[in-house]
Design a protein around this ligand. Sequence first.
Ligand SMILES: [Zn+2]
Length: 415
Amino acid sequence: MPLNIMEAMAAGLPVVATSCRGNRDLVRDGENGLLVRADDVAGFVRSIELLYKSKEFRQTLGEKGRSLVKAYTVDRVLSYLKDIYSIYLKPKGKGTFVLSLDTELAWGSFDLGISKRQRAALLATRPCITKLLMLLKEHNISATFAFIGHLMLDRCASDQGIKHGNLVRPDFSWYPRDWFSEDPASDIAEAPLWYGRDILLQVLEAQPKHEIGCHSFSHIIYGAPGCSRACAESDLSECVQTADMLDLKLISFVYPRNHAGHKDLLFRYGFRIYRGLGNEWFQKIKNSLLRKLCHMIDQFLGLVPETSLPFKEESGLYNTVGNMLYMSRSGIRRLIPVTSRVRKAIRGIDRAIEKGEVFHLWFHPSDLASDPKGLLSGLDRIFSYVRRKIDEGVLDNCTMGQLYERYGTINTSGE
Ligand SMILES: [Zn+2]
């Protein structure tokens, strides 16, 4: 595109130009200028004479030229270019399967009271994790294991009756006691529900490589009013230090009870991506009992789950929405057959492929203990489907951390 002609048009001048490619795109003969054949010397002279003799003609062509050239302003052209780049930068046509696992044992529910049945399930979690790792290996699928920081330890001790005295306590209405009052301050052999170094090592040694993520140090509910900034900060700092001693770098975070808060602190402590809450229809229901019931109906019917792409938030953190909970079979949830869960997950995977988005499945490994045989065979069917789609070239699998690496550089607020 000849810039000199654009400049003339922008200046409101009529243009006499040879009729060649590029010039023709800008000059419309008789509208905003005059076109002549490249070897037509006489025609060129005539055109200049024509303009010289009629001021009115010059002005008409010039004004038309000035309005036509507006299509080529820097703003317009940049926006076209941006659209073109975004089409090719977006990994369209391939879905992504992400699996995250809230690994928490007793820390996940001690503040609400652990029933006898729950305790039995927690005690049966280790063999379930072993079997889960075998399934992941068989189908070559990587997951993010979001660990409670305290589970990375194999022991801890109290100092003059105070446990973890360096940590700022939360002030939760539903748990008036000291947050660490139930911490046994012993070791993994004596209190296997409170320490999990063995699980961590098992996950680290497993194939394919899994990601170690963070689920807070002691399952403090970051989004609840009782978790002050100082409390969140001391908890985060303890996670990072504990991981550091094991040569682990944490960048993925899963909020206890999915209740997000203090996101800017997470970013400051090196986290880059967290699992957010979905936009499912039942999430909008205020009454928590009704919401749970509707979630159950949704699962029972195996409705198509949402899929999404990770997006950057103001804090700098990326949000990857958890699209589906692979529900336990404890209590009333037993009424939902495993097939419903499998059907729902497969619909989610298909949707992710169709839309070129992410389907993010999650659960607690301890959930498997409510029906190890049924739930593991359900996972086997889901993982088989994932593997088949990966082999067909329409699906990818990655961890939360890899998702950040993939999207963190291109999907930034449209820049
Ligand atoms: Zn402890």
